[in-house]
Design a protein around this ligand. Structure first.
Ligand code: NDP
Ligand code: OXD
Length: 310
């Protein structure tokens, strides 16, 4: 196979190319070159935010290996032919980081650790109430690779956990809800964690209608995509006291513009889309295994269902 590495995101593309060449010595791996004339020789591309000209310049592509789990942006790219098999990253070291991220904010809120920072500033020695773990049900939207790991991590700390997914597939340590169970899922949730893929069905799902069904004093953690969230509804629900706060890793516009109100809102914790980063070693190993399987004519996992959009 000839494989082109075409990512506008990685700061070290040559390192990725080197790692792919090492893992796939029997194949040809090259770096996308903006200046070169049309090549049209690549069979596969390894991508994250690839250049817009990719499909015009490489019309022979049969496989696109995404460096991330979410394929929403790729699916929007003009020129992406239905004939190309789109393969997403399955974990690649991201799931444990997503779990860490959620645990950080879950523990911070449920243990009132943010308030202790305020008390320290006043040199005030004042123990706050003990945690009532049963009152901090975590509701995870999305029970896939990321959602299941997040749910299991929260359950391992004895938080009650509920997971909502399309199929309602069971997740160890959590109560599973299918698509029809959304109202029941929300009614028991205090900390709402979003790890859904962004699709036509899930865009804007983090809205006032959902927030109003949560338990009182609820907290939102969005680590999936910015377009899941209706920003005005979040601000309105924070103002009304319906929500106590939010941790947001992803935004409709990234980077988040400097004048965006989220930056200075003390009820909101902002991070720059870093909740889970695919790790080079694991990622390259996974892609190399799939390339070899494709060449042998064997089926692979992680193939995106274009109709479902994930
Ligand atoms: P998966 O495909 O493994 O899981 C998706 C889950 O969402 C499945 O459980 C699926 O249900 C469920 N789902 C999809 N559509 C619906 C719907 N309409 N209603 C209810 N449930 C639905 O994806 P991953 O867990 O690997 O990744 C999820 C997302 O996390 C990515 O798409 C990406 O946007 C985001 N992400 C963000 C990162 C960051 O750094 N912030 C890092 C990595 C991922 P079912 O099981 O029934 O199919
Ligand atoms: C992903 C991401 O989808 O990092 O993998 O956002």
């Amino acid at each position: 196979m000839e494989i082109v590495f075409a990512s506008r995101h990685e700061s070290n593309p040559l390192e990725w190319v080197r790692a792919l060449r090492q893992a796939l010595p029997e194949h040809s791996v090259r770096l996308w070159d903006d200046d070169s004339s049309p090549q049209g020789r690549a069979d596969a591309a390894v991508v994250w935010a690839p250049p817009a000209e990719l499909f015009a310049r490489e019309p022979r592509l049969t496989h696109l290996f995404n460096l991330g789990a979410g394929v929403d942006a790729l699916l929007q790219m003009p020129g992406l032919s239905d004939d190309i098999t789109l393969v997403r990253m399955e974990d690649g070291g991201m799931a444990v980081q997503m779990a860490e991220y959620v645990l950080h904010y879950l523990v911070r809120e449920s243990r009132d650790l943010g308030r202790y920072a305020g008390l320290q500033a006043q040199a005030c020695w004042q123990p706050l109430d003990d945690i009532d773990r049963g009152a901090w049900t975590v509701g995870v939207m999305g029970g896939g690779v990321m959602g299941a790991r997040v749910a299991q991590a929260c359950a391992a700390l004895d938080y009650p956990v509920a997971v909502w997914s399309r199929s309602g597939r069971p997740v160890a340590g959590a109560q599973a809800f299918g698509q029809d169970g959304l109202a029941d899922f929300l009614a028991r949730t205090r900390v709402l964690v979003n790890v859904l893929p962004l699709t036509a069905d899930t865009r804007g799902i983090l809205s006032r209608a959902v927030f109003e069904q949560l338990r009182p004093d609820a907290y939102l953690i969005n680590i999936a995509r910015g377009d899941h969230l209706v920003e005005a509804d979040l601000l309105a629900c924070l103002d009304s006291g319906r929500l106590r706060g939010a941790a947001l890793d992803v935004f409709s516009r990234e980077p988040l513009p400097p004048d965006h109100p989220f930056w200075s809102d003390l009820r909101i914790q902002v991070t720059p889309h870093v909740a889970g980063a695919s790790l080079m070693g694991l990622t390259v190993q996974q892609i190399a295994g799939k390339v070899r399987a494709v060449v042998r004519g064997e089926p692979i996992t992680g193939v995106v269902d274009r109709a479902r959009q994930y």
